[in-house]
Design a protein around this ligand. Structure first.
Ligand SMILES: [Zn+2]
Length: 401
């Protein structure tokens, strides 16, 4: 089974030299491939120059075309499978926020979703896919995202198309995906097209089959919960079995535990891998799982603050990969380690500083909002100069600890 590590570069592109160290570490821990989610860090050119790194929309000029080519080659040369991800309908904030593309939004006040009924919209995502694939002539896979499409059939064109289709609203999304997959297959017949599965979960199997998606794409079924909350409706496997000859599992090693979390709790993420292993054991006889994609989210959307920086999450990544490579009779706890040896931990110093920051922040918060300040140094007491100096001296002493 493939073990693909997802690098979410949006908002936090890794310096090339550092990225190389992380890739080598991931390989040593058991990764077999890499999923690169460039978002606005890809150097889109010509008509698309505004949406990528060429005009510096990510602020730091990363990445240049040479860097992209270098990274793809580096990944391949080190025996890892490089897979590029381009969002093609939802999570297109980095494109639809630009005034030139406002008219292509499904919901005018939301930059998240592309209207699949506008011909220019299809042209736009095809052009993006083309540019990304042009730098990877030997690509075996491409990922078209397609998750979390929050707004569907809002604009008049989409409403009327949905009303005139026997498959109603679902037809808009399915037709869009089908069109893109056919475009990709025509361009590169050998290419395997991956997509996130969440938008397909509620669509009837006959409807998906009407668009022949089973022949065109492989879905990545994602579920990021720890074992005790992990749940996939068994009906989903039954349904996907009738559509897709091959499916993927999508787990998480970071960025799935709250939108502004700072630390990556290793046992929580390892527990998610364990839940997936059990799920595959249970359904693997009838469903063909090609591999797992271990996702590592940097932020919840284009506008969100970063969560769980990569160096902090590397012990989690190492442990999560170990959960997939260990033999069944090795106890799971042996896969969990909160730290890594210095030689295997690129960015260890930063990770340790982040841990210290969290401890200090918690202590500071507890002090400022604690009983001592509330009782002897509250705003009323400060304003009126009315408190016991000895208590304030005690406060000052505890603040210095
Ligand atoms: Zn529309």
């Amino acid at each position: 089974m493939h073990r693909i590590v997802h690098f979410d570069l949006k908002g936090a592109p890794l310096q090339v030299q550092y990225f190389e160290k992380v890739l080598l570490a991931a390989k040593a821990w058991g990764a077999t491939g890499v999923l690169l989610e460039w978002e606005d860090t890809f150097p889109y050119t010509a008509a698309l120059a505004d949406i990528g790194s060429v005009r510096g929309s990510s602020g730091d000029g990363m990445y240049s075309m040479e860097e992209v080519r270098h990274l793809l080659r580096f990944i391949k040369d080190n025996g890892l499978e490089p897979i590029q991800l381009v969002q093609t309908i939802g999570h297109l904030e980095f494109v639809l926020k630009h005034p030139a593309y406002h008219s292509l939004r499904e919901l005018p006040r939301s930059p998240a979703v592309l209207c699949p009924s506008k011909p220019e919209a299809l042209q736009l995502v095809k052009m993006m896919l083309e540019q990304v694939l042009d730098v990877q002539l030997d690509a075996a896979f491409v990922h078209i995202g397609a998750d979390e499409v929050w707004h569907t059939a809002i604009c008049p064109e989409c409403q009327s198309r949905a009303a005139n289709s026997v498959h109603s609203t679902a037809s808009l999304y399915l037709e869009h995906i089908r069109e893109l997959a056919l475009f990709l297959k025509q361009k590169r017949p050998e290419l395997t097209v991956l997509m996130w599965d969440d938008m397909l979960r509620t669509v009837k199997c006959e409807t998906i089959n009407a668009y022949q998606l089973g022949e065109l794409v492989q879905p990545v079924v994602w579920q990021y919960n720890a074992l005790e909350y992990f749940q996939i409706d068994p009906y989903l496997w039954e349904s996907y079995r009738q559509i897709f000859p091959k499916v993927w599992a999508g787990s998480a090693f970071k960025g799935a535990n709250g939108s502004c979390q700072i630390l990556s709790p290793v046992s929580r993420y390892v527990s998610n891998q364990e839940a997936w292993r059990l799920e595959i054991k249970k359904y693997g006889h009838s469903t063909h799982f090609v591999g797992v994609i271990l996702t590592g989210w940097s932020r919840f959307d284009h506008y969100a603050t970063l969560c769980e920086l990569l160096p902090v999450a590397l012990p989690s990544l190492a442990s999560c990969l170990r959960a997939w490579t260990k033999s069944d009779d090795t106890p799971l706890e042996s896969a969990v380690s909160e730290v890594l040896p210095s030689s295997q931990w690129p960015g260890e110093e930063l990770a340790r500083s982040v841990h210290s920051f969290v401890i200090l922040r918690d202590r500071c918060f507890a002090f400022v909002h604690g009983d001592l300040v509330k009782t002897w140094l509250n705003p009323w007491q400060i304003e009126n100069g009315y408190t016991n100096p000895v208590q304030v001296e005690g406060l000052a002493a505890s603040a210095q600890q």
